[in-house]
Every structure is written in structure tokens, then in C-alpha cells.
Design a protein around this ligand. Structure first.
Ligand SMILES: C[S@@+](CC[C@H](N)C(=O)[O-])C[C@H]1O[C@@H](n2cnc3c(N)ncnc32)[C@H](O)[C@@H]1O
Length: 264
């Protein structure tokens, strides 16, 4: 299993920490794709099925395949009631286990920054998609401050605590996404920023949902010494709840790209 896949070895934990934000922002992404009903989809890096479920709800697909290198994520996705009928399998977006021209839409939701070779993945997505079909991706703009964990990243930085993020964040910028899509031979390439509001009923919910040990952030938070963790918690409480206890709300945003496979 790749390093990136081992970061996400618990589907339920992912759901509590990040899956809910994937779902909220994923609705805007799928509306932007504007893909008709009755088609065949590939969800590459489907994880615990957070976005796959949106495809099922929103796009009335004829068939959906979901692949992810993490068996634990695939196990969770396979039991997700909203993903009934999806063909899930372990697999790598850089070496997709599907024949050429076998789907109408191939997408990767919140995956590109975990790939050592995003260009190869884009070529693979294009290869498995029929002429005229859509290839698309979106990723939190971590470098621009758009990740839902941005307040934690900022607080850790202020306290001098190290925090490894997704290993290949450079692939998540709009210019780089456009470049990767064009280099893969895709046409009519478009990019956009997708915005959402992250909300928590109170600070405790915010803290509990982030200290779950999954993904790069959860792993980093769980590796802190008790005094570092206490200092971070106190700083975040000050930053996010300056008026005292109450709900928390802040902006998160992702970059997205879509293109079409040439009919020529
Ligand atoms: C942040 S999660 C996103 C999951 C899901 N697509 C969503 O929208 O919530 C990143 C996912 O990328 C997967 N991943 C890591 N390396 C991969 C690769 N080489 N090919 C496909 N998926 C990969 C991880 O296992 C993980 O499930």
C-alpha cells in the first residue's frame, strides 16, 4: 500500500473528520460538471465513498466504478447505503484497472495532492474516458488557506509546531491543474474556485472531529506531546471563539478543473 493510502486507513474516522466537508463541497463540483443522467462514471480515489454517494444521488448514473488503494476505505464505501450498486475495487489512479474508452466521466475528488505523478493520473483518466467524455478533479487550496483545517494549520505555524500536509500540494493550484489537464490532451479545459462554509456547533465538536487519527492532520495532531496539544487547543479556542463559547463558522475553498476527451 502507498504512503498516501495508509494515511486514510479508516473510513468511519474519515467520515467524521473530512467526509462531511467532502460531501458539502462535492455537491457544487458535480453541479459545475453538468453531466447528464444515464452515463458510466469512474470515481478514482473514491475513499470511503463520500463523493461516490453524490454521483449516485445527483447524476442517476447507469454505472459507477470506485477505486482506491486503501482496502479499509473501500470496505466502508461498499457498505455505504447510498453507494449500493457501485463497483468498488482497490486500485491506483496512476494505473487505472479499466480498459480504454470505458466510462463517460472520470473524476478524482480531493486526491490529486496525494499522487506522486498527477500527470500520469490525468493521462490515465483520459485514457479510460470515451471521446467527448469529461475528466475532472478538485482539491482543497491548502497553500492559499482554503483547507477546512486551515485554522489549525495557522495556529500550529504560529506555535512553531510542524505539520506535514498532503505530500504533493503543488498540484492543487489552478495554473498547475490547467497545465496537467492540457498536457493530458484534454480539450475545453476550464477551472474554477469552489467555496463553502465550514460550521461546528461548538469548539468541542471542532476539536474532537480534528483529533481523530486519520489523514495527515489527524496523524500530526496525535503525535503532539500533551503540553503542545494543550497549547494548540488553547490558541485555537482563542482564535475561533474570541467572544466565548458558541458556534464556529469559517470559509474553506477548493480549486477545480474539468476538460473533455477529444473526439478527433
Ligand atoms: C482526502 S481522501 C478523498 C476521498 C474521497 N474522494 C472524498 O472526496 O472524500 C484522499 C484519498 O486518496 C486516496 N489515494 C491515495 N493515493 C492514491 C492513488 N495513488 N490513487 C488513487 N487514490 C489514492 C486515499 O486512499 C484517500 O482515500
Amino acid at each position: 500500500m502507498t504512503l498516501a493510502a495508509t494515511l486514510f486507513a479508516d473510513g468511519a474516522a474519515y467520515e467524521r473528520s473530512m467526509g462531511r466537508w467532502s460531501q458539502l463541497i462535492g455537491h457544487q463540483f458535480i453541479e459545475w460538471l453538468d453531466i447528464p443522467a444515464g452515463l458510466a462514471w469512474l470515481d478514482a480515489g473514491c475513499g470511503n465513498g463520500a463523493f461516490t454517494e453524490i454521483v449516485m444521488q445527483h447524476s442517476a448514473p447507469e454505472q459507477v466504478t470506485g477505486i482506491d488503494p486503501s482496502q479499509a476505505q473501500i470496505d466502508y464505501a461498499s457498505k455505504r447505503p447510498g453507494c449500493s450498486g457501485v463497483r468498488f475495487a482497490t486500485g491506483d489512479a496512476q494505473d487505472i484497472p479499466l480498459p480504454d474508452n470505458s466510462v463517460d466521466a472520470a473524476i478524482m475528488a480531493l486526491v490529486i495532492s496525494f499522487l506522486p505523478d498527477p500527470d500520469k493520473a490525468a493521462r490515465e483518466l483520459a485514457r479510460v474516458t470515451r471521446p467527448g467524455g469529461t475528466v475532472a478533479t478538485y482539491m482543497w487550496d491548502t497553500a492559499g488557506g482554503g483547507h477546512p483545517a486551515n485554522p489549525i494549520n495557522a495556529a500550529m505555524k504560529a506555535l512553531g509546531l510542524s505539520r506535514p500536509g498532503a505530500p504533493h500540494n503543488g498540484a492543487a493550484s489552478l495554473p498547475r491543474m490547467r497545465e496537467i489537464w492540457q498536457a493530458a490532451g484534454l480539450e475545453d479545459v476550464e477551472t474554477r474556485v469552489i467555496d463553502m462554509t465550514v460550521t461546528f456547533p461548538d469548539f468541542d465538536d471542532f476539536w474532537q472531529s480534528n483529533i481523530i487519527s486519520t489523514g495527515p492532520l489527524g496523524k500530526a495532531l496525535n503525535a503532539l506531546a500533551p503540553d503542545q496539544s494543550a497549547a494548540l487547543r488553547a490558541k485555537l479556542q482563542q482564535d475561533l471563539c474570541p467572544q466565548g463559547p458558541g458556534p464556529i463558522a469559517y470559509r474553506a475553498f477548493a480549486n477545480a478543473v474539468k476538460g473533455r476527451v477529444s473526439k478527433a
